[in-house]
Design a protein around this ligand. Structure first.
Ligand code: KIV
Length: 280
């Protein structure tokens, strides 16, 4: 892959203008970010999905700001050119505008992010405005918002009737008015995504929101076969890394049991003359 310059918001808007689709994936560690950058992925999200796919929690709610910063820093070290978005975890912005600005600032100052993402539409517009007014680019996130899945009644497609679809359009408009340069739609019918695209000029990304969006996001552990608990309908699987890891570990286990590892090529030597000095 040829050397790329760092991806900027201006380049992302230029891609939207010329209808070039934007690729976006989640990453939580240095090596994955390195390989994604080499593969030409334009954007990386260090998502609070960290809690479920890396830390093994049942939801994203236990994820802390400190955990997000630690993982986002590792991703930044691996991804020098991709546009990096830090995901605001549960209760890092809900309590108030000042809390939201301070935590968004941590992603920029401590982890070298290019933008932050937070969940919600109309109800978080004041926080989005506060963060944007502080000079920090914001990506909104509406539709299925995992941090409020209890309120939404679980992990379900959103905007399936006229009333909720209209509310999604209102959410997108509120985010745009508050200054969000991009909006992520999660689990939304394609025709509702199109309606939103027609009503706002922010860059529209989809995860389970159809092919009409300006760009697509997926969770890397889903596409790489590293997360088994459930696979949403919108996921396309590109590799079976989990199986590869399991097979490799089983082969190592077998080698150790049968004394096939380590071989002489994995061991260190000492000169006979030196050995004699200590065995006298
Ligand atoms: O945390 C995350 O990875 C996300 C996606 C589910 C969109 O927010």
């Amino acid at each position: 892959m040829a050397d790329r310059t760092k991806v900027t918001i201006q380049q992302l808007f230029e891609m939207k203008r010329r209808k070039e689709k934007i690729s976006w994936l989640t990453a939580y560690d240095y090596p994955t970010a390195l390989y994604m950058d080499r593969a030409g992925i334009e954007m990386i999200l260090t998502g609070d999905s960290l809690g479920m796919v890396v830390l093994g929690y049942e939801s994203t709610l236990p994820v802390t700001m400190d955990a997000m910063i630690l993982h986002t820093q590792a991703v930044r070290r691996g991804a020098k050119t991709a546009f990096l978005v830090g995901d605001m975890p549960y209760m890092s912005y809900q309590p108030g505008v000042e809390t939201a600005i301070r935590n968004a600032g941590r992603f920029m100052a401590e982890a070298g992010c290019d933008a932050i993402k937070l969940e919600g539409g109309v109800r978080v517009a004041d926080k989005v405005k506060g963060i944007v007014d502080s000079g920090i680019p914001v990506v909104g996130h509406i539709g299925l918002t995992p941090q409020s899945s209890a309120q939404l009644g679980g992990f379900k497609v959103q905007g399936k009737d006229a009333e909720t679809a209209k509310a999604l359009v209102a959410d997108a408009r509120a985010l745009e008015a508050a200054g969000a340069f991009a909006i992520l739609l999660e689990c939304v019918p394609t025709k509702v995504s199109r309606l939103i695209m027609e009503n706002v000029s922010s860059i529209i990304f989809g995860i389970g929101a159809g092919d009409v969006c300006d760009g697509q996001l997926l969770i890397s552990h889903d596409i790489l076969g590293l997360f088994e608990c459930f696979t949403p309908k919108f996921v396309k699987r590109y590799a079976e890394i989990g199986k590869t890891v399991q097979d490799a570990c089983a082969a190592y286990h077998d080698d150790v049991k049968k004394c096939r590892f380590p071989g002489p090529e994995h061991a260190f030597t000492i000169a006979e003359s030196e050995l004699k000095k200590i065995t006298t």
